[in-house]
Design a protein around this ligand. Structure first.
Ligand code: ADP
Ligand code: F6P
Length: 319
């Protein structure tokens, strides 16, 4: 392969820039031309092709977001849009495509692959909602951002003897809440995968207060409800003093952690190596600390399993 393209799609995630940098630099090292496609599949349809050089990816490994920018593009969900996208790639002389994004973006990469055009997916989403890989790019950084917030919230909650509901992102996946809740010592973690009723939540907060805790932190995954609703329900059943914080998009930004720089770099290089060998239709990931790749159709069809043991463990050690 002499010319490859790279795009970022869906929600941005810290570490995407590290992956772009690795794709560009390793691609050039391997003797390829690398073309950046701006604004995801929307930019592909609009022909937003930018030739990349060693210097176009300087000074980005430490930055959150994506220098190629990203978009959500409804047209690419249609057969016509997908045909037009592959035609654009061919017209530009591109022979392989690397897509950095989440499960939606991988559906687009799958559609490109189904048209006989080699495409490789790199998992980039703070949600960690992909079953075939232990981690996705941005998850670690987002967890650390949430932990930083929890630490600060804890200071003021302890001073006032209050409970805080901290709502975090994750779409339908509870991993951000689970890992940040575990790391932040949350007294209660609420996730969509494992329902817990409001009486049980109140009981846990009361019991922890009785055991002498000055504050309570409830980490709520957005897929399991809204912070204000949960706060109202707790207020209706107790005299606990409650505050809420919705962390929102600050979870998506910031300098990527070492782990996200490492994964972005390894996956970027791995993706180019696959294309170099003429291999397409794969998604890269990490399992048991090994970088690996698997079939895009098989990987996208896998159902994510929630780690209930970890969830229970987090509950036991936060008493
Ligand atoms: P993420 O990749 O983070 O899951 P989205 O679900 O928003 O984010 O998907 C990003 C983009 O991927 C969509 O805007 C669309 O362009 C493309 N996409 C999503 N689903 C499909 C699909 N079923 N077929 C083709 N392209 C899709
Ligand atoms: O998929 C990443 C994510 O940040 C989710 O956690 C969240 O639900 C969603 O994107 C927010 O999307 P938007 O950026 O469109 O508000």
């Amino acid at each position: 392969m002499k010319k490859i393209g790279v795009l970022t799609s869906g929600g941005d995630a810290p570490g995407m820039n590290a992956a772009i940098r690795a794709v560009v630099r390793y691609g050039i090292f391997a003797g390829m031309e690398v073309v950046g496609i701006e604004r995801g599949y929307a930019g592909l349809l609009e022909g937003k092709f930018v030739p990349m050089s060693m210097r176009s990816v300087s000074d980005i490994i430490q930055r959150g977001g994506t220098i190629l920018r990203t978009a959500r593009c409804l047209e690419f969900k249609t057969k016509e849009g997908q045909d037009a996208g592959v035609a654009q790639l061919k017209k530009e002389g591109i022979e392989g495509l690397i897509v950095i994004g989440g499960d939606g973006s991988f559906m687009g990469a799958k559609a490109v692959s189904e048209r006989g055009f080699p495409a490789i997916g790199i998992p980039g989403t703070i949600d960690n909602d992909l079953a075939y890989t232990d981690y996705t790019l941005g998850f670690d950084t987002a967890c650390n951002t949430i932990l930083d917030a929890i630490n600060k919230i804890r200071d003021t909650m302890s001073s006032h003897e209050r409970v805080s509901i901290v709502e975090v992102m994750g779409r339908h996946c509870g991993d951000l809440a689970l890992y940040a809740g575990l790391g932040g010592g949350a007294e209660v973690i609420i996730v969509p995968e494992h329902k817990i009723d409001i009486e049980r939540i109140v009981e846990r907060l009361r019991a922890s207060k009785e055991r002498g805790k000055l504050s309570g932190i409830v980490v709520l995954a957005e897929g399991a409800g809204k912070a204000d609703d949960v706060a109202e329900q707790i207020k209706a059943r107790s005299n606990l003093s409650i505050r809420t914080t919705v962390l929102g998009h600050l979870q998506r930004g910031g300098a990527p952690s070492m782990k996200d720089r490492y994964l972005g770099t390894c996956w970027g290089v791995h993706a180019v190596k696959l294309l170099e060998k003429g291999i397409g239709n794969r998604i890269v990931g990490i399992r048991n600390n090994q970088i690996y790749d698997m079939d895009i159709v098989e990987g996208c069809a896998m159902k994510k399993k929630f780690d209930l043991d970890l969830y229970n463990m987090a509950g036991i050690v936060a008493r």
